[in-house]
Ligand binder design. Structure first.
Ligand SMILES: *Cc1c(COP(=O)(O)O)cnc(C)c1O
Length: 359
């Protein structure tokens, strides 16, 4: 029996995608072999790769003057790729710090350039996002970087910052394709695949083409956006099976009605869960209402000693992956695109029962 899997990543996949992959596993569409056995240079795989790119472009409305790259090394690799591709030695860039993933991006960038942190939400214990009037990008900054959705803290930007003329760069790992995004506002959007796009192994980077051609000479080839764009993301062997599965997930999102339909579903799921938390005197979510993530919902119970029993009883009831991140404790429900509303309903029913027994 499949459980409802609330893990933050790798995360639940649409059942239809898994079933389709199973059907095609040993003989992909009459080719006589599995996708994982194909040369990445074969016409079959080149077609699979191109189709995934085309679907990503049409779903997100990616303008033609952007490259869509399928890379390895995760979002973590892109933390280094961003400064290496966008700046020369001795440059500076502006970053916003809204939590754990921002901090990691900043730490990696500091190896390569002078990081200026424009806003740090420490004072609110990372439960807020800075308002636009606090974002004065200094002259000379090469770009402004922020984390669109903090997967651990459950904090999501409700607006696209104005970067004051420098390229805006965002880590959209845990929110990409959850709702429409105006890509034309960005210089670079990157996202690790294992939250909303498919299995782990790929990171998608969408790069405005005028930003190509600036990589530092020592940039590793596999992190070099220009080299990767020229090689159709196949400078080396890509994770072919992950790329194929990502394509199936994109096709599934299309079948659901695209990003407008995803947004409606995701809003309804988030409203149901936050509504349950807010209406109870038992559960709490620390995030400022306007910055609450639609994808990752951390919550607490009044007594930390109830956390382990909550997670254990939930698992018993077929609700998996609800323990909070090891750095913060508490609970967290990740309700990505592939989590059906029935899963969130099952969770809130369980929460209500647990409160009645333990409240
Ligand atoms: C998961 C995650 C990452 C890290 O992704 P890796 O693929 O492990 O490198 C980075 N940023 C955000 C916002 C994430 O959710």
């Amino acid at each position: 029996m499949r459980v409802y899997n609330f893990s933050a990543g790798p995360a639940t996949m649409p059942l239809e995608v898994l079933e389709r992959a199973r059907e095609e596993m040993t003989d992909w569409r009459g080719s006589g072999m599995s996708v994982m056995e194909m040369s990445h240079r074969s016409p079959e795989f080149v077609g699979i790769a191109a189709e995934a790119e085309a679907r990503m472009r049409s779903l997100l409305g990616v303008p033609d003057d952007y490259a869509v790259l399928f890379l390895q090394g995760g979002a973590t690799g892109q933390f280094a790729a961003v400064p290496l591709n966008l700046t020369a030695e001795g440059a500076g860039a502006a970053y916003l710090n809204t939590g754990a993933w921002s901090k990691k991006a900043i730490g990696e960038a500091r190896k390569y350039l002078d990081v200026q942190v424009l806003a740090d939400e420490k004072e609110s214990n990372y439960s807020t996002v800075p308002s636009q009037d606090r974002l004065q990008v200094p002259p000379g900054a090469a770009y402004l970087h922020y984390t669109l959705n903090e997967t651990i803290g459950g904090v999501e930007f409700p607006y696209v910052p104005d970067a004051g003329g420098v390229p805006l760069v965002t880590d959209a790992s845990s929110t990409i394709l959850s709702r429409p995004l105006d890509v034309s506002r960005f210089g670079v959007v990157y996202a690790g695949a294992q939250k909303n796009l498919g299995p782990s192994g790929l990171v998608v980077s969408i790069v405005r083409r005028d930003l190509l051609g600036r990589a530092r000479p020592q940039t590793p080839g596999v992190l070099d956006w220009t080299a990767m764009a020229e090689a159709d993301s196949m400078l080396n062997t890509p994770p072919t099976l992950a790329w194929y599965l990502l394509g199936l997930v994109l096709e599934w999102v299309e079948d659901q009605g695209g990003l407008t339909a995803m947004a409606e579903r995701n809003r309804a799921k988030a409203d149901l869960l936050y509504g349950t938390i807010d209406a109870s005197g038992f559960y709490s979510n620390p995030v400022a209402p306007e910055a609450r993530s639609w994808m990752n919902v951390p919550f607490l119970v009044p007594d930390p000693d109830l956390e382990k029993p909550f997670v254990a009883a939930a698992a018993e009831a077929g609700l998996s992956g609800l323990a909070g991140h090891r750095s913060v404790g508490g609970m967290r429900a990740s309700i990505y695109n592939a989590m059906p509303v029935e899963g969130v309903q099952a969770l809130v029913d369980f929460m209500t029962d647990f409160e009645q027994t333990n409240g």
